[in-house]
Design a protein around this ligand. Structure first.
Ligand SMILES: Nc1ncnc2c1ncn2[C@@H]1O[C@H](COP(=O)(O)OP(=O)(O)OP(=O)(O)O)[C@@H](O)[C@H]1O
Ligand SMILES: [Mg+2]
Length: 228
């Protein structure tokens, strides 16, 4: 069975004066251990699709199964537990907690697990080192550059070693060197650590690292909906 199975999914936002349907009757599968890159113009529904996969939003129609769970059917508390166990998420807008240092932001997902303070410290140190931010551990987000904040968000997504990583333009704010290092890190998550990765990117170079590129346009997949 596929790790991700999206069947006939439509997402409509009706809250605004005019209803918006960023995802329209979408079918999409991802296999365990795949590195899938999601591309498409701004507004084509990429972030909306990641939100549906992580259970941040619910589909208006259709079903979203991830690792055997019917994501849309989980209660809010079950969803929170499942996400803690299963998903590392790099948000497009980082979503760092402004009053916590880089170290403390990265530590947050570990607070939900049964770990000693020393075990947490070791994992946070490893994750910060992986994004080359050891020397910024005790800075607040507002004391970091945009690219550094993005790397903190990546460290937070990988620190708890969860099997499924969703990354929304994780290199969008990085210079070429940092972007290359980040892509190498993400590629190793899949190749060496067996993670499954879905990454949104506008960067054709970043997309070259993926096993498969899925092209979205106006909420529909125009290419690459499933593994060949
Ligand atoms: N909560 C919401 N309420 C109303 N409309 C929304 C909401 N979230 C997203 N949309 C709309 O859905 C469409 C798709 O948005 P989405 O964020 O998925 O695009 P995207 O492909 O990630 O674009 P970008 O490359 O700019 O990040 C847009 O037209 C957006 O305005
Ligand atoms: Mg987006």
């Amino acid at each position: 069975m596929s790790l991700v199975a999206v069947r006939g999914v439509t997402k409509t936002f009706a809250s605004t004066s005019e209803a918006v349907t960023p995802i329209a009757d979408l079918d999409f599968t991802v296999e365990q251990g795949e590195f899938v890159c999601l591309m498409g113009p701004s507004g084509s529904g990429k972030t909306t699709l990641l939100h549906l996969l992580a259970g941040i939003d619910r589909p208006t129609r259709g079903s979203v199964h991830v690792a055997g769970e019917d994501v849309a059917a989980l209660s809010p508390s079950a969803l929170a537990r499942w996400r803690t166990r299963a998903i590392g998420y790099v948000f497009q807008t980082y979503n760092l907690i402004p009053v916590l240092t880089a170290y403390e932001n990265v530590e947050v997902p570990l607070l939900l697990l049964r770990l000693s303070r020393a075990q947490r410290a070791q994992k946070v140190a490893t994750a910060l080192a992986a994004v080359a931010l050891t020397d910024r551990a005790h800075h607040l987000p507002r004391q970091l550059s945009g690219g550094q904040q993005q790397r903190v968000a990546i460290a937070r997504a990988i620190v708890a070693d969860r099997p499924f990583v969703l990354a929304d333009e994780p290199t969008g704010n990085l210079d070429r060197q940092a972007a290359t290092a980040t892509m190498e890190l993400l590629r190793r998550l899949v190749a060496e650590f067996g993670k499954t990765l879905i990454m949104v990117t506008h960067d054709p170079l970043a997309a070259q690292a993926a096993d498969r590129v899925v092209h979205l346009d106006k909420g529909r997949i125009v290419d690459g909906a499933s593994h060949a």
